[in-house]
Design a protein around this ligand. Structure first.
Ligand code: PNS
Length: 161
């Protein structure tokens, strides 16, 4: 069975990678789709975010990396993917995720959203936290893979450890 894991991935973190690895135990193929969140202004350009994710999964043929500018259901319908995977951390994620899951189901009733509970190691981790710490020169190396660290260094200079 195939599923899709949509998100902003700005940047991709170990929390996202954990969700992807666990989703691969459940689904045969996973489409990681970088999408536009109209509520957020991205830090990394779309192409850079895609490139970083592609590098991480170049040896994993079951992961497909793509992007879509538009409705999530549009992409899902076009590819006939009926399962959305999302990670769930604290209770603060719940309202936002519920709203999206219900909206998407209204738009395409065949769609199901499946939530994977965060691994406790990453329960506090978010891309926005990584962006904030990196922008102020803090060490984010325990939260993001090496290629993402490099991308953040390029952006913020040598201050990022
Ligand atoms: O990583 P994020 O920012 O929490 O991901 C949110 C995302 C990109 C999945 C969401 O904003 C989205 O689906 N955007 C595409 C537009 C869309 O379909 N909106 C309707 C769903 S409520």
């Amino acid at each position: 069975m195939k599923a899709m894991y949509p998100g902003s991935f700005d940047p991709i973190t170990y929390g996202h990678l954990d969700v992807i690895q666990r989703a691969l135990k459940i689904f045969d193929e996973l489409w990681v789709v970088v999408m536009v969140n109209p509520k957020k202004k991205p830090l990394l350009p779309l192409e850079r975010r895609l490139e970083l994710i592609r590098e991480l999964f170049e040896n994993e043929p079951r992961v497909h990396v793509d992007n879509h500018d538009g409705l999530l259901v549009e992409y899902a319908k076009n590819r006939n993917i009926k399962i959305i995977v999302r990670g769930l951390r604290a209770v603060t994620d719940f309202q936002y995720e519920l709203e999206m899951a219900i909206a998407n189901k209204h738009l395409w009733p065949e769609l199901e959203t499946v939530f994977l509970m965060t691994d406790e190691r990453y329960s506090f981790l978010s891309s926005s936290l990584v962006r904030e710490v990196a922008s102020m020169g803090g060490d984010v190396s325990r939260w993001v893979p090496a290629n993402v660290l490099e991308a953040l260094k390029e952006l913020y200079g040598k201050g990022v450890l």
